[in-house]
Design a protein around this ligand. Sequence first.
Ligand code: NAD
Ligand code: UDP
Length: 334
Amino acid sequence: MAILVLGGAGYIGSHTVDRLIEKGYDVAVVDNLVTGHRKSVNDKARFYQGDVRDTDFMNNVFDEEDIEGVIHFAAFSIVPESMKDPLKYFDNNTAGMVKLLEVMAKHDVKKIVFSSTAATYGEPKQIPIKETDPQVPTNPYGESKLAMEKIMHWSDVAYGIKFVALRYFNVAGAKPDGSIGEDHHPETHLVPIILQVAAGEREKLQIFGDDYPTDDGTNVRDYVHVVDLADAHILALEYLKEGKDSNAFNLGSSTGFSNKQMLDAAREVTGKEIPAEMAPRRAGDPSTLVAASDKARKVLGWDPQFDDVKEIIKTAWNWKQQHPQGYDDQGGKA
Ligand code: NAD
Ligand code: UDP
């Protein structure tokens, strides 16, 4: 039986497809390539180009494939864009989930692993953030993902579709051999932007805010390597295959790094100067986001291999040096 990966041509999806194949799973991918890259998808996966919201297309894929479970990455995820155009996010993300669950219910597919996010918590009341903490998003992106979690909950109650929601913190890095990596247009994430400066593609890094209540005044985030994240999806799938109940897990390292510390680490890894300047705060940035991730370790048996941000940055730098133009396929420009 096959695992269907929705959004499998994206950054995290392509690494998960790759790990599934390495571990011997039979994999099918659906992606409309709105931000993804065909070239990032492992050759051993069957690829269907289309939209999750296109019910006819999705019914055909479910007819064609003998699907055991779904891993759902297909979504938009740029916070400032969601502030400007919330309906784009509720349409693609939230309405996409409704369509998907309808097709799953119709084809009696009862397992889904879902990309949720720390953005569902909003401004945390305590650090580290626990799965049971209040979820009060501060932007439409986080709201669209929280709604998706709730829709899955009620679809479990009504149709018995079991889910695992994985709430990622900050994802970075690339497959260590440098064959796949992160290639977003526009790029908004800290690590790839720092490496664009290191590679001379950008003049300087702007650090958004140095007056936060943290040790050095810059935001603190919790970084997890993309391959460790991919492995958590496979563990979540196995958890559901064992017949266990729907659940939600944070995925982070439980350690915080400030934006200045990330810059220093990147300077050390790349040996480049990486010019930087302080800039005003970015709207909607919480001061500190660090996950309590002991639940994933205990319940799923998750054992992340990359516990050092320098090692994470090193793999992203390796990808960047091997692919200065990214996938160079004109793809991924939403
Ligand atoms: P990405 O943009 O690289 O990947 C998303 C993929 O989904 C792309 O290949 C895109 O073409 C595809 N897609 C989008 N809408 C689709 C649709 N309607 N039908 C079919 N395909 C569609 O993003 P990513 O960084 O890999 O993130 C993957 C998931 O993880 C997202 O759901 C995001 O919300 C979540 N997430 C990411 C991060 C992060 O730091 N990157 C953090 C928290 C959560
Ligand atoms: N950041 C920054 N300059 C940039 C991009 C990001 O200072 O050019 C900061 C951002 O304000 C946040 C941290 O880096 O404090 C991580 O941002 P990212 O967008 O990578 O992830 P987020 O935490 O928003 O999910």
